[in-house]
Design a protein around this ligand. Structure first.
Ligand SMILES: Nc1ncnc2c1ncn2[C@@H]1O[C@H](COP(=O)(O)OP(=O)(O)OP(=O)(O)O)[C@@H](O)[C@H]1O
Ligand SMILES: [Mg+2]
Length: 248
């Protein structure tokens, strides 16, 4: 018997006023997998990620229909604690969004308000998250320095550490390497492979070679009748290319 998917999306639709952005999206994301989302620009990949942790709420013009279950519970339930959801389903964006404060304050930004972490345990929590993001050795002597002084690749790993500090079950990654050089990209891909099994990753990528390197399965999106939808799902190597390959 296959275990229940950690995220189960059924006939999801998103509209902006009269305009459909996504229609009939159905996906089952297995727990512990790295699940890729590919497809042309504007097809709604980022919008789908933002539905998973309710960031879509921040854009009141968007209406969501259908069902999105996280561990069997509806994400769009009115009574759901959205802040708690976002600690369990973290997100990493294309441009590393570090805050204008110290490296340490950045790592603890989401974890500090969580009542379950006692104050005295915060330094150990920060170290653990930075180690998991493979950044500890590079920043351990500069934890009090402004995070904005780190390189872009380091900043992206800092954002990952900040997400990991809240111990998320799912990490949504929206083109996390597209602003990075090849070496920093490799570091992030290596981290994704290390997270696999312990966490579930949903990865939007335009780079099919990257999808083949890190994803267990891939869903390909395309525009059908004016709205984005999933047209194919399978192992990264077997899903049809819809555009020339990019990157390596
Ligand atoms: N707030 C909004 N109001 C209206 N339309 C929106 C809004 N946000 C996004 N869209 C539209 O929704 C569609 C999907 O956008 P989205 O950013 O999800 O695409 P994407 O697949 O992530 O593209 P890319 O690969 O370029 O990042 C686009 O046509 C975009 O213009
Ligand atoms: Mg996008």
């Amino acid at each position: 018997m296959t275990p229940d998917p950690i995220l189960h999306i059924q006939s999801l639709g998103v509209t902006a006023g009269p305009r459909p952005l996504l229609r009939g999206v159905s996906l089952a994301v297995p727990e512990g997998s790295v699940f890729g989302l590919i497809g042309p620009s504007g097809v709604g990949k980022s919008t789908l990620l933002k539905c998973c942790n309710r960031l879509v709420d921040l854009t009141p013009a968007l209406r969501v229909t259908g069902t999105l279950l996280f561990r069997g519970a509806p994400v769009f339930d009115r009574r759901l604690d959205v802040d708690a959801l976002r600690t369990r389903i973290g997100i990493l964006f294309q441009q590393p969004a570090v805050f204008p404060c110290s490296v340490l304050a950045n790592v603890l930004f989401g974890a500090r308000p969580l009542a379950r972490v006692p104050r005295r345990e915060l330094p150990a929590l920060a170290e653990h998250a930075l180690r998991e993001a493979a950044l500890w050795h590079e920043v351990k002597d500069r934890l009090d320095q402004p995070a904005t002084r780190l390189s872009v690749g380091q900043q992206q790993r800092l954002c990952l550490a900040r997400t990991l500090a809240t111990d998320p079950e799912v990490i949504l990654m929206d083109e996390p390497t597209s602003a990075l050089d090849p070496q920093a990209t490799e570091a992030i891909e290596h981290l994704i492979l290390r997270l696999r099994g312990r966490r579930t990753v949903m990865l939007v990528t335009h780079n099919r070679a990257q999808a083949r390197r890190v994803c267990d399965a891939v869903a390909r999106f395309a525009v059908v009748d004016g709205a984005g939808t999933v047209v194919e799902t399978g192992p990264a190597g077997t899903v049809t290319a819809d555009a020339p390959e990019t990157g390596g």
